[in-house]
Ligand binder design. Sequence first.
Ligand code: SAH
Ligand code: SF4
Ligand code: F3S
Length: 483
Amino acid sequence: MYQEIDLDKININSEPPAEEPARQYYFMAKCRKWVQDFEQKNGRFPKACVVNMGCQMNARDSEKLRGILGTIGYQETDSEEADFVIYNTCTVRENANNKVYGRLGALSSYKKKNPGMMVALCGCMMQEPEVVEKLKTSYRFVNLVFGTHNIFKFAELLASAYESDKMIVDIWKDTEQIVEELPNERKYFFKSGVNIMFGCNNFCSYCIVPYVRGRERSRKPEDIIHEIEGLAKDGVVEVMLLGQNVNSYGKNLKEPVTFAELLQRIERIDGIERIRFMTSHPKDLSDELIEVMRHSKKICKHLHLPLQSGSTKVLGEMNRHYTKEQYLLLVDKLRAAVPDIALTTDIIVGYPGETEEDFLETMDVVQKVEYDSAFTFIYSKRTGTPAAKREDQVPEDVVKDRFERLLKEVQEIGAKKSLQYEGTIQEILVEEVNHQDSHLVTGRLSNNSVVHVPGDKSLIGKLIRVRLTECKGFYYLGEVIEE
Ligand code: SAH
Ligand code: SF4
Ligand code: F3S
């Protein structure tokens, strides 16, 4: 594992090695020399702030950035008034995109106060050529820009940024490469995201992710198992397997493996108590997977199953490859196999051409499935996607009205669903001390619901039994039965 690589033993005056990850460790050693010089000059170590703006996949990437910065010797801070600030961006919807430009304005004023400050941008938004053009013309103070495919090169890019007074831009269009064994700094010691695949091949007609994350690539099962065994030894009890469409995991490997087979192998790892995964595409959710979920002791009783729309017509136009009826059938099968499974979803309102009838089909699915919770999104036009070219965009006021009706329905159903476990005894994994009340700790049920119970930080990372005394809508208050 990477912890065993001693940066002091690397000769930074020699040529950098060609192979990975050795090459990146060479550059980490080089960057560390820079950090040591900074400390000599300033009497303190430089501070770094990593800001994550995207999904769980981006959050995991941010942990890798933090791991490298920590290895180099930076001290981590939450404040953007730091010596190094990096935004790991998202571009799935327009507002994610706009946020970045707003925040860059503030960074430029910090940089005026601290001219040695370095600003870097990476992540999905950087894969869009017009974004990079805009940065080059209007945000010249940015030091380093890279994308999703070469994030493993962070140390190497940082080393070049130290030596240059110009903006360094390195964006790859795509990659086949997966670099293993780089450092990462987990946010929680007891749970961790684990990438099982990268990219997406589905090209849903509204979605920019396949363009910015590239083609689907699965990690080898041995590498995933090796990583999770390491995590378990390190105290991790819960893993979240990450991919844009985990149900198509392993199809393109030289020796194909199914997602269901991978789950069974992970189930056998000692120390791992809970297994979660996201996201599941309904079109690829197999009967084999449902069977594995039925028999598993560790797979959590929660499935995030994005619907997007309840209208078969809209689903066809979205290129989702399932109908309303197929989706409902899948939900029936899942509930028959795992009766107490919590279902959550993503829904887009106002896809081009969506009629009132189409929207009512979505409402109908929401009422039939009774989701425990749902993320609802207003359709956002993403340049480069097929849906953006359509002329029948739905007027804003119509979309707003539908969105509010949907949100109300989703919330009412969610509140009703939560009530069903009031009074029962359940197991939670304690995650943190409550932010509002330090006499409470906050944990999650297997079905992902949040529970607050009296306790202190010694409980963090433990699985404890609690009674759910009161349901407060979207969370429970409880009491500890057994630690
Ligand atoms: N791979 C996952 C989703 C990744 S993006 C899946 O297929 O389920 C997360 C969510 O963002 C999507 O499920 C979708 O509901 C939403 N989304 C994606 N593109 C969008 C767009 N152009 N406008 C609004 N919401 C969008
Ligand atoms: Fe986007 Fe569809 Fe891929 Fe999900 S499956 S990331 S919604 S293209
Ligand atoms: Fe956003 Fe990229 Fe995730 S666009 S949703 S951060 S894959």
